[in-house]
Write a protein that binds this ligand. Sequence first.
Ligand code: ZN
Length: 219
Amino acid sequence: MQKLIAGLHQFQKNVFASQKELFERLAKKQEPETLFITCSDSRFSPNLITQTAPGELFILRNAGNIVPPYGTSTGGEAATIEFAVLGLGVKDVIVCAHSQCGAMKALLQAPNEEMPAVSAWLRYAETTRRIIKDNYRHLEGEAMLTATVEENVLSQLENLRTHPSVASRIARGELFLHGWVYKIETGEVFSFDPEVGQFVPLEANLKGIAPPARTVHAR
Ligand SMILES: [Zn+2]
């Protein structure tokens, strides 16, 4: 805790003072263009890996970067997504998973009776578990975990589309979804490319994964 207090003092003295204009502007309003949905894991920071400043990313973090389908949960996820899309008008939504995800490791194991809340939460990733169990039997260890992390990004993007605000903006061509995996070991980011059906290094793939299936013209 002492480290955090010292950090706060350092921030106020050095960082806040040197970026006063930015923080004064942010005191009036926020205009982030991206909703960044990711895992709570402490080993990476959305702002650090994307080199963004306060005000640029609206961030939703939880165990396993999970998005409960619309209407199935009274948790804060639906409200956060709805506000980002309708209230802030974000243009992109990124679901960003990461290597070595503890939630995905837990998903591959039997439910832990000592952590009933975790087991209940992971039911929102049941599609991922089922896809892995039925289709990736040939994999094990690290390869199985990587496949789980990647499949879960795709499952959660599908869940995201069940949210009316998201579906409507996608239909208008005003919102794009992206699936990323951050590799803790190397700092690289891989992005899902729907044309090749795989996660590829991000530099090669800046396309959103949800071009509108049908176009609704904005009035
Ligand atoms: Zn994780």
